[in-house]
Design a protein around this ligand. Sequence first.
Ligand code: ATP
Length: 573
Amino acid sequence: MAKNKERRPLTPAEDLRRLAEERARLKMAAITPSPSLADAQRLVHELEVHQIELEMQNAELLNTRDELEISRNKYSELFDFAPIGYFVLDAQTRIREINQAGAQMLEIERSLLTDKPFSRFIADDEERRKFTDHLKSVRREQGVHRCEIRIRKNDGTLFHGLLQSDAVTNSDCQEGCILISIMDVTDKWQLRMELQKAHDELESAVRERTAELIRSNAQLSLEIEEHKNARASLKGAYTQIKQLSEKLQEENIQLQMDLSRESNFGEIIGHSNAMQYVFFRIEQVAPQDATVLLLGETGTGKGLVARAIHNRSARKTRPMITVNCTALPGNLIESELFGREKGAFTGASARQMGRFELANGGTIFLDEIGEMPQDLQCKLLRVIQDGEFERLGSPHTIKVDVRIIAASNRNLEEEIRAGRFREDLFYRLNVFPITIPPLRQRKEDIPLLVNYFVAKYNKKIGKKIADVSKETLNTLAQYHWPGNVRELESVIERAIITSQGTTLRIQDRLTGLKKPEGEIDIKALADLERDHILKVLQKTNWRIEGEKGAAILLGLNASTLRARMRKFGLRRN
Ligand SMILES: Nc1ncnc2c1ncn2[C@@H]1O[C@H](COP(=O)(O)OP(=O)(O)OP(=O)(O)O)[C@@H](O)[C@H]1O
C-alpha cells in the first residue's frame, strides 16, 4: 500500500484531507502542555517545510490542470474538427455529444442538438428499422459495426451516411451509450448507383443482345432448315430429272433399237443393197417349205437369217432346233440327230429322241453342215428326200415333217471337189441358197450396226454412251472384219465397257492387214486353219487330248478338233 502511495500523486481531495488532518494535529498539540523551545522551533520548521511542500504541490496541480486543459482543448479541437461526424448517443438514442462535423452534417447548430433523439434525423421508417437493427447488433456483439442509412438534414435534404458504431465503456458515460462515427458517402453511393446503373444497363444490353442473338439464331436455324428442305426438294427434283432423263435415255436407246429393227429386218440390221437383197430372199422363201442353204463367212448372221425364215413361216409356232455340226462329238452326231434306243451302244442307258424328231412340225437348222461326217451326209440325204430315218438300235422307220435350213461358212462346191462333201446332198440342200455378204463388202451398214450395238450394250451394261465420232466410224470402216458382225459386236461391247463419259472410245487396235476381197478370202482362211491345225498336231506328235495335246494349244475341245481334222482330211500316216 505504502508503495502505491509513493507512486500515485494525491488527488486534490486527498490532499485537502491530509491538510485538515495536519491542522487538527496542530490544534491538539496546542492544547497539550507547551513544548520546549527546541520542540517549538522544530515544529515551526516542519510547518514551514510542509507549507512549502503544499505550495509546490499546488503549483504542480495547477500545472497539471493547465496541461489537462490544453490536452482537453486539443482533443476537443480534434473531436470538433475531425472530418467525420461523431455522435455519442445514450441508451435512449438521444444525442449526448456531437462534434462540429456531425452538427455541420445535419446543418443544425451544435448546441441545439444535445438531447435530441437521433432517429429524428433518419430519412424514413424503413431506414429507422435498419438503424434499430444496427444498434441491436452493436449492443449484442462487441466490436465495430457498420451500416449505411439515409439521414435527413435540417433543410429536409438527404445524404447517405456510413455509420461505424461501438458501445462506449467509458466510466464517464452511462450504461448503454453508443459512439457512432458518420461519414457522408453520398458521392460514393452515387458513384455506386451509377456503377450499378451502368452494370444494369450493360446487363440489360447483354440480355437484349443475347435475346437478339437467340432470335437471329432461331431465324438462322429456320433458314438453314428451309435451305435444307429446299436442297432436299431440289435433290428430289434433281433425282426426278435424272430419273426422267435416264428414262428418256432408255426410251431413246429402245427407240434407236426399234428404229434399227424397223428400218432393217427385225433383229437383222443392214440397209445396204446386199442386205436388202438378203431380206428380199428371206421374205420370198419363208412362207414356203423349201430347204434353204445359207452361205457366208463366220459371224455374218446366218443364224439370224435362219431364225427370221422360221419366224416368218407357217411353222413359227413349232420349235426351231439348231444342230451345230462342229460342236457335236463325231461319234455322237448320229444319235443326236436321229435318236437311239436303250442299249444301242455302250453307254446308251436310256432311249433318247433325236433332233429330227424334236423338230417334227417345225424347222431344223443344221449349222456348219460342211463339218458333217460323210457317212452321216448319206443318212441326212435320206431324211431330206423321204423324211424318214431310224433311231440307232431300232429297226422301225420314223417319218417326220421337218423343214431344213442348212448353213455353211465354207465353199461347199470346193468341199465337193475336195471329196469332203457329197454332191447329191449339196444339190438337195441348195434348193434356195441365200448368200450373206461379209461386212467388208457392205461398209455402209457399219454405222447402223454400231448404233444398234451401242444401244444394245448401253442398255445391258447400264452406260450412257451417246456419241460415236466420225474418226471412230472411219477406223471401223477401214478394218477388214475377218469375224464380221460378230467381231464388230464384240469390239463395241468392249468399247462400251471401257469408255468413260458419253463418247465411245475403241481400245482395240483394228490394224490387221486387209485381205483381198471375194471367195479367195474364204479359201485362204480355210487353208490357213488347216495348215495351222496340221502344224500344231505335228508339234504335239498327233496327240489330241490331254495337257500336252493339240486341242488345248488350239483352244478347242477335243471333239471339235477331231471334227475339224475329219473335215480337213487330216490323219496320221
Ligand atoms: N446383220 C446383223 N444384225 C445384227 N446382228 C448381227 C447381224 N449379223 C450378225 N449379227 C450378230 O453377230 C453374231 C453372230 O451371228 P450368227 O451366229 O447369226 O452368225 P453366223 O454367220 O451364223 O456365224 P457362224 O458361221 O460362226 O455360225 C450374233 O450375235 C448376231 O446377233
